[in-house]
Design a protein around this ligand. Structure first.
Ligand code: IPE
Ligand code: IPE
Ligand code: MG
Length: 246
């Protein structure tokens, strides 16, 4: 199935200043299924459809960087049947996003890939390599991702450099930490959107969201539409971002 179809304009007037980077916490799949008396994996499958739709819309309206929280380091605690249903869906996503190759879209995976089966890991790496040259939009997908895990990894990388004599402790700056995160080179998140009524980050891009704006809605992710994203962008346009200034 192609992710990218016909171009569609936004139905409402969007603010002139769009966020450079939008993060989506794709939450509420399980509750969506439960409401319909279906097993939770049905909700994940429906959530994957929303993902495709929202990626398409972001491309149409010109958002440069989009991050999606798909599976956290904490999500391994779920029942094994649910974890394996989610992993199967990833395999589908991956073959799907091959379509990005013709869409000038770069694909980056955020998270520790070592936990995945060899074939899946190789596919993720291949997709990153094959799309590295594209620059119209960057799609970042957080799989086996945890913000604290990412920061601990950054500390290990920098400590190893210090041990090797490549840097001194005083060389460690906010910039050098940013440069060792999975998101190296990507602007910080401007807007985080979390559906499903939960008002928390759940360990998503904690460093990168230090000055993000937050938008919460009760809509469950499988029901989240292009119009809901537009509404979030309009709200973002009304926010007064001061970054500690006046
Ligand atoms: C988000 O939906 C998807 C993942 C965390 C993988 P949930 O599965 O968390 O859905 P709810 O929160 O139980 O409704
Ligand atoms: C956050 O959702 C992780 C993803 C959306 C992948 P969770 O459903 O795991 O978060 P909590 O448990 O409600 O904080
Ligand atoms: Mg949830």
């Amino acid at each position: 199935m192609a992710i990218f179809g016909k171009k569609k304009e936004s139905e409402i007037l969007l603010p002139e200043q769009l966020p450079q980077h939008v993060g989506f916490i794709m939450d509420g799949n399980g509750r969506w299924a439960k409401k319909r008396g279906l097993p939770r994996p049905f909700g994940h499958r429906e959530g994957a459809k929303t993902f495709r739709k929202i990626v398409r819309h972001c491309k149409d309206i010109g958002i440069k960087n989009i991050s999606f929280y798909a599976f956290s380091t904490e999500n391994w605690q779920r029942p094994p049947e649910e974890v394996s249903a989610i992993m199967d869906l990833f395999r589908d996503y991956i073959s799907d996003v091959r379509n990005f190759l013709s869409e000038n879209t770069r694909m980056v995976f955020l998270g520790d890939k070592s936990a995945f089966d060899d074939d899946l890991r190789e596919k993720l790496i291949k997709l990153e390599e094959d799309t590295a040259k594209y620059d119209e939009m960057t799609l970042l997908m957080a799989v086996n991702y945890g913000g604290r895990d990412e920061l601990a990894r950054s500390a290990r990388i920098l400590a190893q450099k210090a041990v090797n004599g490549e840097i001194k402790p005083e060389d460690i700056t906010e910039q050098s930490i940013s440069d060792t995160l999975y998101t190296a080179g990507i602007p910080d998140v401007d807007l985080v959107i979390r559906p499903s009524g939960e008002m928390r980050l759940s360990n998503f891009l904690i460093w990168q969201c230090a000055y993000a704006e937050y938008y919460f809605t009760d809509i469950l992710w499988p029901d989240f539409s292009e119009g809901d994203l537009d509404a979030a962008l309009v709200e973002f346009g009304r926010r007064n971002r001061r970054f500690g200034g006046v």
